[in-house]
Design a protein around this ligand. Structure first.
Ligand SMILES: NC(=O)c1ccc[n+]([C@@H]2O[C@H](COP(=O)([O-])OP(=O)(O)OC[C@H]3O[C@@H](n4cnc5c(N)ncnc54)[C@H](OP(=O)(O)O)[C@@H]3O)[C@@H](O)[C@H]2O)c1
Length: 239
C-alpha cells in the first residue's frame, strides 16, 4: 500500500523565517538606540548579526557605498533600517532647507538605497523592516521634516511590500523612545520632555529601545505580516 502525499501545511511553507546558524541579519543603525536593541535581541538567536552605521564605516546617504557594503555580505535574510534620527524642527517658513534635505538624504534616501540593494540580495523567506515615526500620522506644527520623511517611508513600505512579494516588507512607527537621539539636549530639557510625555501618553510611560525591538522581531517572525506599519508609540497616535 502506498502512502498518499499530504498537501503541504501552510505553516511549513517557504515563507517561514526561522533562524538557524546560517541566518544573516543586517541592522543599519545598529550602533545606537533602537537599532542596538534590535541587534541585542537578534544576538540571542542563532545566526550572524551585523550592525552598521557611520561609525562602522557605512554612510547610507551614499548609494555606491551601500551597494558595495551589501555585496560584501553575500546572502542576507533580514534587513532592518533604523538609521537617521536627526532632523531639523520649526516652522516651514523658517526652516533651513539644506538641513532638511540632508535629513532626507540620510533617513529617506538612505532607506531607499538600502531597500534597492535588499531587493536584490534578500534570500527567499527574507524580510525588510523599516522605521518611520509617530509624527507621520500625528503631525504637529514645526514637525514638517520628520512628518514628511516618515510618511514617505510608510508609503514606500506599502509599495515595496507589493513589488518585492513574497519577500515581506514592514515599517515600525515608534513614538517617543528614550535613546541617544536626544543626547544633545540639555539634561533638564530632556527630563522635562520625557516627564511631559509620561504624563500625557495613554501608556503612562515613554518607549524603551527594547519595546521597539520587540515589534521588529514580530514583523520578522510572523509570516502573515507584510505591508504593515506597526505603531509602537504608547498611544500617541490616538491622543
Ligand atoms: N527615539 C525616538 O523617540 C524616535 C521616535 C520616532 C521615530 N524614531 C526613529 O527611530 C529610528 C532610530 O532612532 P534612535 O532613537 O534609535 O536614534 P539614534 O540612537 O540616534 O540612532 C540612530 C542610528 O542611525 C545611525 N546613522 C545616522 N546617520 C547615518 C548614516 N548617514 N548612515 C548610516 N547610519 C546612520 C547611527 O549610527 P552612526 O552614528 O554610527 O552613523 C545610529 O546607529 C530613527 O529612524 C528615528 O527617526 C525614533
Amino acid at each position: 500500500m502506498t502512502t498518499p502525499t499530504l498537501p503541504t501545511h501552510p505553516l511549513s511553507s517557504a515563507t517561514s523565517s526561522a533562524f538557524d546558524h546560517e541566518t544573516v541579519s543586517l541592522v543599519i543603525g545598529g550602533t545606537s538606540g533602537i537599532g542596538r536593541a534590535v541587534v541585542e535581541a537578534l544576538q540571542a538567536r542563532p545566526g550572524r548579526v551585523i550592525a552598521a552605521g557611520r561609525r562602522t564605516g557605512l554612510d547610507i546617504s551614499n548609494e555606491t557605498a551601500v551597494a558595495a557594503f551589501m555585496a560584501s555580505l553575500g546572502g542576507i535574510d533580514h534587513v532592518i533600517v533604523t538609521a537617521g534620527s536627526a532632523a531639523p524642527g520649526g516652522p516651514l517658513i523658517d526652516l533651513d532647507l539644506s538641513a532638511a534635505r540632508s535629513a532626507f538624504d540620510t533617513k529617506f534616501w538612505g532607506t531607499v538605497h538600502v531597500a534597492r540593494q535588499a531587493a536584490r540580495r534578500l534570500r527567499p523567506g527574507g524580510t525588510l523592516t523599516l522605521t518611520s515615526g509617530v509624527l507621520a500620522r500625528r503631525p504637529a506644527p514645526g514637525s514638517f521634516v520628520k512628518s514628511a520623511m516618515n510618511a514617505a517611508i510608510e508609503a514606500t513600505t506599502l509599495v515595496l511590500a507589493r513589488e518585492l512579494a513574497p519577500l515581506r516588507v514592514n515599517a515600525i512607527s515608534p513614538g517617543l523612545t528614550d535613546t541617544e537621539a536626544y543626547a544633545s539636549m540639555a539634561p533638564q530639557a530632556r527630563e522635562a520632555m520625557l516627564a511631559k510625555a509620561v504624563a500625557q501618553l495613554p501608556a503612562g510611560r515613554v518607549g524603551r529601545p527594547a519595546d521597539i525591538a520587540a515589534a521588529v522581531l514580530y514583523a520578522i517572525d510572523n509570516p502573515f505580516v507584510t505591508g504593515s506599519v506597526i505603531q509602537v508609540d504608547g498611544g500617541a497616535a490616538i491622543q
